[in-house]
Design a protein around this ligand. Structure first.
Ligand code: CTP
Length: 408
């Protein structure tokens, strides 16, 4: 998916070893459809060359306020004005401790700081990706500066933790290029779910037969995880209750791992008490073995399979939806329906049966494990088709559809 099409990003580099990550970042922003103008400080040039960044961005790199080349299509020898005026956002990655201290005081003795100071505050957002040694990051001076920069309207991103170039371990690593790219995409996403706490169930459940075997469903969890990401991009506080899947947790999303339908039921009921939207994307196993064996069931030599009794699992969505109606609709519930045929009729029936305002139908065998899907949204008014597309694309459309339906 092209997530940053039409966006013009000024990528600023101040001095720090994390400059090596800026090259990858520049490349990935361009892959996402953005145009990138790189501006570097003298200190940044100690870590990476302008040649590398010019090659990756396809544009000359600016490093000096005295650079007389045409900038932003203008020949007035004022790159600090021209470069900032055309930006949809300025992202400083890495933002060193020294550079942040400088910004805080409104100092402007090099092109990058001068450009940041000269940017139109109301039109050009400034985003900082700090990178420094853990002691420098934890220092009260730095923390004070971060707080003040935020109060001045600058978006200061968090830092990563782990091994640092100096050999120490702790907080202060610059976020990885893909995390920074995610933050930019999120920044540009309309916050249609601001103030909402969205609870999402995803993936299959696993019902143990004995310690080595169980029954489960064909579900990769990809759709639910994509919805979690899209809801977070849209400004929601998101909690994901995931069955056994190996997918990475979307950035900024809280995750609780569960195994069986009963585990999932317990977590969801608890979280539903504070959620404002519940999206039930999990493929909950309909039945579980009545009494799972505590030891591995052995073949008894008769050639006959062991007798096995099953009981039905609780319908978690129907339970939560009925609780939500009792709370006078404070929780908006969305169900899914995985069908193999007659999608519209089945989805309409399931919506009524589960007692939810919105039900999202899909043809299971056409989507299980794949990166694409097609959705049919069914509510009291009728149905809406979301044609086959990448799951993240569909998740973003679904989030917009849910936001439109939320009570004011
Ligand atoms: N669901 C649930 N608890 C269950 C079964 C399903 O919460 N025990 C939820 C799913 O997360 C989904 C919706 O109910 O949002 C429909 O799930 P689906 O498997 O399509 O339908 P079932 O209720 O299992 O009905 P059927 O097997 O008859 O199609």
């Amino acid at each position: 998916m092209i997530d940053l099409a039409g966006k013009h990003i000024v990528l600023g580099l101040s001095g720090g070893i994390a400059c090596y990550k800026a090259a990858e970042l520049c490349r990935s922003l361009i892959k996402q459809g953005a145009t990138v103008q790189v501006v570097m400080t003298e200190a940044a040039e100690q870590f990476i060359t302008a040649v590398t960044l010019q090659a990756l961005s396809g544009r000359p790199v600016f490093t000096s306020q005295w650079d007389a080349r045409t900038s932003g299509g203008v020949d007035n020898n004022m790159p600090h004005i021209n470069l900032s005026r055309e930006a949809d956002a300025i992202l400083i990655a890495p933002a060193s401790a020294d550079f942040m201290a400088k910004l805080l005081h409104g100092r402007a003795d090099d092109l990058l700081s001068l450009m940041c100071l000269a940017r139109p505050l109301d039109k050009v957002p400034l985003i900082l990706a700090p990178a420094m040694n853990r002691e420098m990051w934890a220092h009260p001076a730095t923390q004070r500066n971060v707080e003040q920069l935020r109060a001045d309207g600058t978006m200061v991103l968090d830092v990563g933790a782990g091994d640092q170039a100096c050999g120490e371990t702790g907080d202060g690593r610059m976020l990885e290029p893909e995390e920074l790219q995610y933050e930019l995409v999120r920044f540009f996403t309309p916050k249609v779910l601001a103030g909402q706490h969205v609870l999402i169930s995803a993936g299959p459940t696993y019902e143990a037969i004995d310690p080595v075997r169980g029954i489960t469903n064909l579900s990769s969890g990809k759709m639910g995880f994509a919805i979690a990401r899209a809801a977070h991009e849209a400004g929601a506080h998101v909690t994901l209750v995931a069955g056994p899947v190996a997918l990475p947790t979307p950035r900024g999303v809280g995750r609780i791992n569960v195994k069986s339908a009963l585990n999932m039921q317990k977590s969801l009921h608890l979280l539903a008490q504070t959620a404002t939207v519940f999206i039930s994307a999990a493929a909950v196993a309909d039945w579980r073995p009545a009494v799972p064996a505590s030891q591995k069931i052995k073949k008894d030599g008769s050639g006959q399979p062991p007798a096995m009794a099953f009981v039905e699992n609780p319908d978690i969505l129907a339970e939560i939806a009925s609780g939500a109606r009792a709370r006078s609709g404070l929780l908006y519930c969305v169900g899914f329906a995985a069908e193999s045929q007659d999608l519209l009729a089945q989805a309409q029936k399931k919506r009524e049966r589960k007692g939810v305002p919105l039900l999202v139908g899909n043809i299971g065998p056409d989507t299980f494990g794949q990166d694409e899907n097609a959705l049919l949204l069914v509510d009291a008014q009728g149905s809406t088709d979301l044609p086959r597309a990448d799951k993240l694309h569909l998740a973003r459309q679904l989030v917009a559809e849910i936001a439109r339906r939320l009570p004011a």
